[in-house]
Design a protein around this ligand. Sequence first.
Ligand SMILES: [Zn+2]
Length: 406
Amino acid sequence: MTVIDRFLNYVRIPTPSDPHAGEETYPSNPEELVLLSTLKAELEALGLTAEMDEYGYVTATLPANVEGAPTLGLIAHVDTSPAVSGRGVQPRIIRYTGGDVLLDERGQYRIAEAENPELARYVGEELIVTDGSTLLGADDKAGVAEIMATLDRLVSDPALPHGKIRVAFTPDEEIGRGTDFFNVKAFGADFGYTVDGGELGEIEYENFNAAAGELVIEGVSVHPGSAKGKMKNAVDIFADFHAGLPRAERPDATEGYEGFYMVDEVSGGVEALRASYIIRDHDREKVEKKKEFFLALAKQIDEAWGGGCITATVKDSYYNMAEIVARHPHLIENAKAAMQACGVTPKVIPIRGGTDGARLSYEGLPCPNLSTGGLNFHGRQEYIPVKSLKTMVDVLVKLVGLYAGA
Ligand SMILES: [Zn+2]
């Protein structure tokens, strides 16, 4: 099966992770197990020993055909972002000839040339796009397909050198729980790569330090006609808090290495309100300052409203993996060399987010992130050039070869 066939099959299997599932539900959406089981069967069909554990993680081993190489892990996630529907995905292959890419028949959704200057690089190429009603799921089914196709090629061609390869397919990455039960020790790889990045050539090993901020606001509800001096509207208290955060430190006002606060979800009314924030910065010191500011602001607004209204908490989610990866420079050097050998210009960029690799790096598996080739993740405008999918397989084959001394 080609990498394209694999990809088209995987995106048709719905796997949105569910941010509202309870802590005890893992994977968050049982549908994810359908794709995970499919992958286990496909790994076995390739002749690999594969396992699915009680949480749904699928792992497999390809034994080495040369001695002395480190054990490499290749990791991708099967779930898709819950931000846009991932059910009923109808991937379409089109030849891009320039201009806007129309997605649905009514012309309501399009990949606009003006907003997507990257399109210019793909004139004359085949693109896999959506029908406008869903996301595509290249994040991260492109990574899954590329890893599967890499194994397929290594199995089919014993002349290609490689050390022991461990593979993992994980659920729930998109809701920040992808590695919650991942057993780094049992996985047993010396180094790893997640294949979960964007446009072809991207190599990422600097990610945000991330924290979650929660506000629980208790108001006092009084009939508005007799509310003077008595009502404490939780929505007003929240509005005061939110207005106190720096406007210039929001996702829509920041880029590169700039951090931010973002309100992610708000629910409630006059009597009670809950708000969830995410707090991000590449710099560890700066993220600590942001966490302190979040709590200090909550205290200040609480006092202004008479006290006892706001409970604020912050909790670290993950850390920047740069300091771990920096101790193993070959991870980046080899990734660059593998890309260059396949005619791809590597581009090291800071991730404005996190990856499973960030957590794994802190748990003992140094794990940068490689491109999948996909663009516009988490939306209807998501697409992936066919050539990028194919090239990433070449890159991964080359990369494992470099670690095997080829
Ligand atoms: Zn992803």
